[in-house]
Design a protein. Structure first.
Length: 387
């Protein structure tokens, strides 16, 4: 019970503490400053002014101590952090300066001109990042180094958009860090494919799969060295025989056929409450004989989507792929009372006798199905090309 009481007391104290004070206690000085400034602008409160005074002092003290350490350490890579800290201090000062003069005097505000320090540290940071990026680019074939160089050059560009030859170096780093993937297909069967089959399959749009460091090509680009290959390897191409089946069946229906009188147990015609004869509908069964001719043909392509590392010559992964297309067509002839037929059967009577599509047309249709399946497989496995 005592532990529960203590926990409840602590929770009550925490909830009772104002948000800016809690941020200050947790050493989240800038968040505390923003919260206090906002509240002070709405309504001046002594406790918020006190929080602001302490948070502002501690934040600047912490920043100045960190800058002193980084300068003393003397490492050129420290200039970026020094620049960011000075920028943070300047932004903090600008925020606090929006308060009234009487508040500024209460917190002991003294204006500090950070401009020269910001300019100098930004220049030194840009010089270091640029020089370091060039060293990384000297590591020929090291894609990770090239990608790091690209990131550092991007930072330089945010500091100085026209810094030296920054754009050409960014393009160089991007090209060196990119993984290029070529898409190809192979017919490993003795069955010839339609002339435009390969052309149509390679029209697969892979550009939407491009990522920051992965680029897909469906046609080889001259003088481009590819890191990976996606090979659609067709191992079985099969077109079924043309199947013709004749089906005989009859359809029946009951239809109204006039009416008859309703009789009582003595054989007399029944009367309703008004004295009229009671009649009921009479039905008869009609039928119609149907001869339906059904055509069926199927095409099937099976194989695999292989992911290969062209640098090592290794097969990274292989996924099976099977695509099928079907041709089904039917027409019918009927003898008898056509009113007995179902609506779908009547539609078949309107169709003309037909023939089968050529094998190449079936395979071409299959290629459209295959294209979508291959794209899905590539999408699921695009992470294979990130190294």
């Amino acid at each position: 019970m005592r532990s529960i009481f203590l926990f409840s007391l602590m929770a009550l104290l925490m909830w009772g503490c104002n948000p800016s004070q809690k941020l200050l206690n947790n050493r989240m000085y800038d968040a505390a400053i923003r919260k206090s400034v906002k509240k002070i602008k709405k309504k001046q409160k002594d406790k918020e002014v006190n929080v602001l005074k302490e948070a502002y002092r501690l934040a600047n003290t912490e920043n100045n101590e960190r800058i002193a350490f980084l300068r003393k350490e003397g490492r050129p890579e420290n200039w970026e952090e020094i620049f960011l800290i000075y920028s943070q201090m300047a932004n903090r000062q600008t925020l606090v300066r929006t308060l009234r003069e009487n508040i500024l005097s209460r917190i002991g505000y003294v204006f500090v001109d950070y401009d020269q320090e910001i300019i100098a540290s930004k220049q030194k940071a840009a010089e270091y990042l640029y020089a370091h990026a060039l060293k990384l680019l000297e590591k020929t074939g090291d894609k990770m180094a090239a990608r790091q160089a690209w990131e550092e050059l991007q930072k330089v560009k945010t500091y100085y958009p026209s810094f030296k030859d920054i754009d050409s170096k960014i393009n160089e780093a991007r090209a060196a860090g990119m993984n290029y993937v070529i898409f190809e297909m192979k017919n490993g069967t003795p069955v010839p494919l339609p002339p435009d089959f390969e052309v149509e399959l390679t029209k697969i749009s892979l550009q939407e799969l491009d990522q920051k460091w992965i680029m897909f090509d469906v046609k080889k680009v001259e003088a481009r060295y590819y890191d990976y290959k996606i090979l659609v390897n067709m191992k079985v191409i099969d077109v079924s025989p043309e199947g013709v089946k004749e089906v005989h069946y009859a359809e029946e229906k009951e239809v109204a056929d006039g009416y008859e009188y309703e009789l009582d147990a003595n054989g007399n015609v029944k009367k309703d409450s008004l004295g009229n004869d009671i009649k009921k509908p009479k039905y008869k069964k009609i039928s119609c004989n149907v001869v339906e001719t059904q055509l069926h043909k199927a095409a099937r392509i099976s194989g695999s989507v292989d992911f290969l590392n062209l640098i090592t010559g290794q097969l990274i992964k292989s996924e099976p792929v099977v695509s099928e297309s079907f041709f089904d067509y039917a027409w019918a002839n009927a003898t008898g009372d056509l009113n007995a037929l179902k609506p779908e059967t009547k539609e078949k009577l309107k169709l003309k006798p037909g023939g089968f599509p050529p094998d190449f047309d079936m395979l071409f249709q299959n290629g459209q199905i295959l294209k979508g399946m291959v794209k899905d497989i590539i999408w699921r496995n695009k992470g294979l090309f990130l190294n």
